[in-house]
Write a protein that binds this ligand. Structure first.
Ligand SMILES: [Zn+2]
Length: 318
């Protein structure tokens, strides 16, 4: 994953927004002049300002008086333009390019820094990249089959399905974080992917990944000589981060540091995270540092998955 690549892709997108806004504004001007040819002289007057200024500067005699005269002519032409447009019932900004981002006029930079619109586009591009290998569209809430569960487990899992579906339907700021736990094969990954699929369709930035793969990507980035590639910053900034199969990764100091940093930063900024794990809740603190286990146990809403492995059952049925 190359950050420069993502940056140039996003800048290309912003440039094309700017060109589209400017082309559209030129089209409006041409249409206006086509219908009202008298407007051409006002437009030409305004466009001649820079040329007149250059010639006064080149000439060099009485520059101050020359600039004052050009300024007056320009203000006068601007007034005639406004009056002309208002006479047609049009806003003064009618002929201006209507940029998508009013902060940077679709240049991607504002006050010498990357504009919010560029940052947002980059996060969204990184999310798409990080999700490339995930089978999101294969899992929906509708394809979650409750018939594999029996008795109390079936009742419980229906409640889990309803709860998680509601979480996805009402997702927004302050939705909170969820901890899916229970044995393998009970649908934790399926429901995680269903949440991801639902939210991506609604336009949220979601990153889904296996714990091992996400932590390796961050570790690689931290040790890369090329500097940050945007992986960790995207995992921190996306609207929802889903870490699947926590506990299956090789747990060491580095993976714990990455996990802590991700969940802590996201909790502090009020961003939601879903973590799924096969580790029983009471064993989490034997595997992870207490600062991680306390956050998982007290700041994530626990969602227990119960029943018998539906994948095993499916095999018996076939
Ligand atoms: Zn902008």
């Amino acid at each position: 994953m190359d950050n420069g690549d993502v940056l140039s892709l996003c800048l290309a997108e912003i440039n094309s927004r700017r060109r589209a806004a400017e082309n559209e504004s030129e089209r409006r001007l041409a249409e206006l002049i086509g219908t009202y040819p008298e407007f051409a002289s006002i437009d030409a007057e305004l466009k001649s300002t820079l040329g007149k200024l250059m010639s006064v500067l080149r000439d060099g005699t009485d520059i101050a008086a020359g600039i004052e005269r050009i300024k007056k002519e320009n203000l006068d032409a601007q007034k005639r333009k406004r009056d002309f447009l208002s006479g047609l019932g049009l806003e003064p900004s009618f002929l201006e390019p209507h940029y998508v981002c009013a902060l940077c006029n679709d240049t991607g930079f504002h006050g010498g820094e990357r504009c919010e619109c560029l940052k947002k586009l980059m996060i969204s591009a990184m999310c798409k990249r990080l999700n490339e290998a995930s089978p999101m569209s294969l899992c929906s809430f509708d394809s979650f089959d409750l018939s594999y569960f029996e008795g109390d487990a079936a009742v419980h899992m229906r409640n889990v399905l309803d709860f998680v579906k509601k979480y996805a339907d009402n997702f927004g700021n302050g939705s909170g974080s969820l901890l899916f736990y229970g044995n393998t094969g009970l649908g934790k990954t399926h429901l995680s992917l269903a949440v991801a699929d639902t939210l991506i369709k609604k336009g949220f930035n979601v990153i889904y990944g296996q714990a091992q793969s996400l932590f390796s990507s961050v570790t690689d980035e931290r040790f890369s000589r090329g500097g940050p590639s945007g992986v960790e910053s995207s995992l921190v900034a996306c609207d929802l981060l889903i870490i699947d199969d926590l506990g299956a990764e090789f747990v060491n100091q580095m993976s714990q540091s990455v996990l802590y940093s991700l969940i802590n930063t996201r909790l502090l900024s009020g961003k939601s995270t879903i973590i799924s794990t096969n580790i029983p809740l009471e064993q989490i603190d034997t595997i992870y540092h207490s600062r991680i286990s306390s956050r998982l146990c007290f700041e994530f809403e626990p969602v227990p998955f119960v029943g018998k492995d539906v994948r095993q059952k499916r095999k018996h049925c076939l």
